[in-house]
Write a protein that binds this ligand. Structure first.
Ligand code: NAD
Length: 491
């Protein structure tokens, strides 16, 4: 069993109040992780506060050197990190390695900090007057991350925060906490000074203690919508800035001219991949046209053939969900939905793969005849469950998305430029795909959402520079200073 520790002031710190971390494929404990007590939270905050002034004064170019080296170390340790993620989260090794890759992209973006984070100057905003804006680091900032991307989200937050001159305190999910400390160790190996990166484990109480501390200047949160909203409110109460990204119910609109084989392949991977535990997973397919039957005929065999199993076993396509509680919640939602009148085109929700009967598995499931007021449609199930609806027109499909309280992602599959254009313009979601099922923007753009999928107005990655700095506007005039007449006046 691994012992996971906190990471404070450049070293590991053990704790006494520990909980176990389970391998979701086997239901066996693989690690223990401490939940920080108030004294440890304070120790972490003080260490970060002590490091903050020096880090803010470090030159831009020096600040990004550890990020360049971290990039190399993440590549070098990619398979070790992927193994740890797969063991604690359940996703396949390939998927976990892909996640590390998306995290590396975030680090690469932040290496461009000196070019990406700067202010502006305007000359002659008045006679002999110049006005400029400069971006100051905030100081100590907090990142609270979800279980489903144990390394990627933390790297998206920390890389920009640190490059922008802040000290970052990471509170990862207690369900998959192992890699966060490895990242902190690799940051240290890359030359990041002590106190600039901190990892503190815990649950609600630790998040709240960090937000409430007068040392914290900002909180970036990613997780479920109810918690995102409560973090956002708490940060407002504390008077600090917050961005809080929440849950999702992502729709794919399938136009009559879309290639059904391509759509069926894309739906199979985007709805069932990572056991549906991606914030950009497609959980609703909206078929535009008289009959969803032909698409369902293509989808059914694919869903039936998906290989369910442990993430580390060769050939596995879909691993378990993260906890027993999640497994029971999703299985119950499927059963309730069927009892309420939905039709199961495929129902593998109660399936346990051979040899892993104790794991937290939920197999790919496709439901039709789901009403738009039922929980299977309104709620985020966060499992491999796809709801298929049918409508007559693109207008109706767009209206469905408009009326849903989530607005994280959406996509359309079509060969019509006009339909794609209409969709792009009218769709009410923050990350949108045209013939791309999971349109997570590359790091040069932002990960963000609309409606109940995000609170606060900036996202992860390249839009983070504004979040992690505070602007100052300087208006200056030198031509009138006594004794400073150089015999020159601007015209
Ligand atoms: P969660 O909301 O349960 O937990 C997220 C984090 O908040 C964890 O670190 C947890 O320890 C902490 N936490 C839990 N309760 C808290 C509370 N009351 N106050 C403060 N902190 C608290 O989410 P999860 O189950 O870990 O992650 C899955 C959710 O994250 C899904 O809803 C998914 O859609 C969402 N998600 C969204 C995005 C996005 O970009 N919008 C990305 C990834 C995941």
């Amino acid at each position: 069993m691994r012992t996971i520790t906190h990471w404070i002031n450049g070293e590991t710190v053990a704790g006494s109040d520990t909980i176990e971390v389970f391998n979701p494929a086997t239901d066996t404990a693989v690690a223990t992780v401490p939940m920080a007590d108030p004294a440890t939270v304070e120790q972490a905050l003080q260490a970060a506060a002590t490091a903050a002034p020096g880090w803010a004064e470090t030159t831009l170019s020096r600040r990004v050197q550890p990020l360049y080296r971290l990039r190399e170390l993440l590549h070098k340790h990619r398979s070790e990190l992927a193994t740890m993620i797969s063991e604690e989260h359940g996703k396949t090794l390939d998927d976990a390695a892909g996640e590390v890759g998306r995290g590396i992209e975030a680090v690469e973006l932040a290496c461009g900090g000196p070019a990406l984070s700067h202010g502006m100057t305007s000359l002659q905003t008045g006679p002999g007057i110049n006005t400029k804006s400069v971006a100051h680091p905030l100081g100590v900032v907090v990142g609270i991350t979800p279980f489903n991307f144990p390394i990627m989200i933390g790297l998206m937050q920390a890389s920009v925060a640190i490059a922008a001159g802040n000290c970052f305190i990471w509170k990862p999910s207690e369900q998959a906490p192992g890699v966060s400390v490895r990242v902190a160790e690799l940051f240290a190996e890359a030359g990041l000074p002590a106190g600039v990166m901190t990892v503190l484990h815990g649950r609600q109480e630790v998040s709240e203690a960090l937000i409430d501390s007068p040392i914290s200047q900002a909180v970036a949160f990613v997780g479920s919508t109810p918690v995102a909203h409560s973090v956002y409110k708490r940060a407002s109460e504390a008077g600090i800035r917050a961005q809080a990204l929440g849950g999702a119910k992502n729709h794919m609109i399938v136009m009559p001219d879309a290639d059904p084989d391509v759509v069926a392949d894309q739906l199979t991977s985007s709805s069932f991949g990572a056991a549906g535990q991606r914030c950009m997973a497609i959980s609703v397919a909206v078929v535009v046209g008289p009959d969803a039957g032909p698409l369902l005929e293509k989808l059914k065999p694919r869903a039936e053939e998906v290989v369910l199993g442990a993430g580390h076993v060769d050939g596995t396509e879909v691993g378990p969900v993260v906890t027993r509680a999640a497994q029971q919640r999703i299985r119950k939602a499927v059963a309730d939905s069927i009892a309420g009148g939905a039709t199961a085109v495929v129902d593998r929700s109660a399936e346990d793969p051979e040899g892993f009967e104790n794991g937290y598995f939920v197999g790919p499931t496709i439901l039709t005849d789901v009403t738009t007021d039922s929980p299977a449609y309104t709620e985020e199930l966060f499992g491999p469950v796809l709801v298929v609806l049918r409508v007559d027109t693109l207008d109706e499909a767009l209206e469905l998305v408009e009326n849903h309280h989530y607005g994280n992602g959406a996509s359309i599959f079509t060969r019509s430029g006009a339909a794609a254009d209409e969709f792009e313009r009218r769709i009410s979601a923050g990350m949108v795909g045209v013939n791309v099922a999971i349109p997570v923007p590359v790091a040069a753009y932002a990960v963000q959402g609309w409606k109940q999928s995000a609170f606060g107005n900036t996202g992860l990655n390249n839009s983070g520079w504004a979040f992690y700095t505070k602007p100052k506007f300087v208006t200056s005039r030198w031509d009138s200073v006594a004794g400073q007449d150089f015999g020159f006046r601007p015209n």
